[in-house]
Design a protein around this ligand. Structure first.
Ligand code: TZP
Ligand code: MG
Length: 213
């Protein structure tokens, strides 16, 4: 069974005006030890190149790099794993492609999806959105802490909570049973702050988040 750090940091170029490489570097400097490369805009070629570049940084830091959605990119770049949504390639197909040693994460948005995820070889399972989120377009309805509690009761592998989690909410999410919290917007400055700064302090937000949790 894999062990996850308490914070699962996710990149978002749109929220930061920075490249994925810059974001990953700042997240590592802030102490993140599992990072998901999430970029819905990049072409396949760009994403592959960026994954390779980010991997140099994460390997040096002893951190894990997970590619969102794309098992093919994870395989070609030699990333540590892939994170799959309900509409992506199945865990079984991704496992066949990546082999036993790679990490596969799976998103779930209901207890039925969570039960089904337990039947797969996913190494960790996320539940969410726990709170309202502006980050994911067309996100599933808010599941609240109740789903975290219910999922914890069934879980036989790391449970990751996602969606609207910041350092203030994280304690109650852990109390509900999450082993790890995944965050996007809480790690980036607010848009009005971003307008005033050329270099957002992602290192600082990641560090503060980790200190609190
Ligand atoms: N999956 C469920 S909610 C979400 C994803 C990718 C977005 C989480 O972003 P934030 O900014 O931490 O709410
Ligand atoms: Mg996805």
């Amino acid at each position: 069974m894999i062990e996850l750090p308490k914070l699962y940091a996710i990149t978002d170029c749109q929220l930061s005006n920075c490249t994925n490489i810059e974001i990953v570097k700042m997240m590592l400097d802030g102490g993140a030890r599992i990072i998901q490369l999430r970029d819905k805009e990049a072409s396949s070629r760009e994403l592959l190149e960026q994954t390779r570049d980010c991997l140099k940084l994460t390997r040096e830091a002893g951190a894990m790099l997970i590619v969102n959605d794309r098992a093919d990119i994870a395989l070609t770049a030699g990333a540590d794993g892939v994170h799959l949504g309900q509409d992506d390639m199945t865990v079984a197909d991704a496992r066949e492609m990546l082999g036993e040693d790679k990490i596969i994460g799976l998103s779930t948005h209901s207890i039925d999806q969570f039960r089904a995820a337990l039947e797969t070889s996913a190494n960790y399972i996320t539940v969410g959105p726990v709170y309202p989120t502006m980050t994911k377009e067309n996100s599933a309805p808010v599941v609240g802490l109740d789903l975290v509690r219910e999922a914890k009761g069934l879980a036989d592998r790391p449970l990751v909570a996602i969606g609207g989690i910041n350092h203030e909410r994280a304690p109650e999410v852990f109390a509900a049973g999450a082993d790890c919290v995944a965050a996007i917007s809480a790690l980036y400055p607010w848009p009005e702050v971003l307008e005033l700064t050329s270099r957002p302090d992602i290192t600082g937000s990641v560090r503060r988040f980790i200190e609190v949790i």
